[in-house]
Unconditional design. Sequence first.
Length: 160
Amino acid sequence: MPCEWTEKVSLYLDDELSSEEATAVRVHVGTCLPCRTAYNDFVRLRAELKSTPAPPAPMVQYAALHAILGEPAPPWWRRRLTIPAPVFALTVLLALVGGYVLPRITNRTAPTTSQTRQPAMPQAPSKPEPVIDFSRYDHGGRATLVVVKKTVLPATGARS
């Protein structure tokens, strides 16, 4: 059964009691088995805590890690590019062949000047032409349709 003086035993070890209370706790620890066990446990815990090494200061930790890990990696744009010689030779060969062959292929397929389309001259907006359906005349042959506008001559009033 725990004793009500157990907390005072802890305060006694921490030297937080007055001299009269410290004397009373010292006498009580000599007569009470649970308090004597608590006193021995507290003393053993203090000894273990004192024997545990303190963690190093942050700057010491940083210096140790820096010594172990070395310099930080440089940014990607400052790193050396190392590729095997055959890969480099293949890349140069492909660039040369591509630079020689590609312009010749594109020149063959480019239209000549007679085939190029001339830009249309802008025309004044006109009335939309009436839509005439010529499908009834379509018999599958080739035909040319010519649309002629009839204009009225201003001087005579005759149609042309």
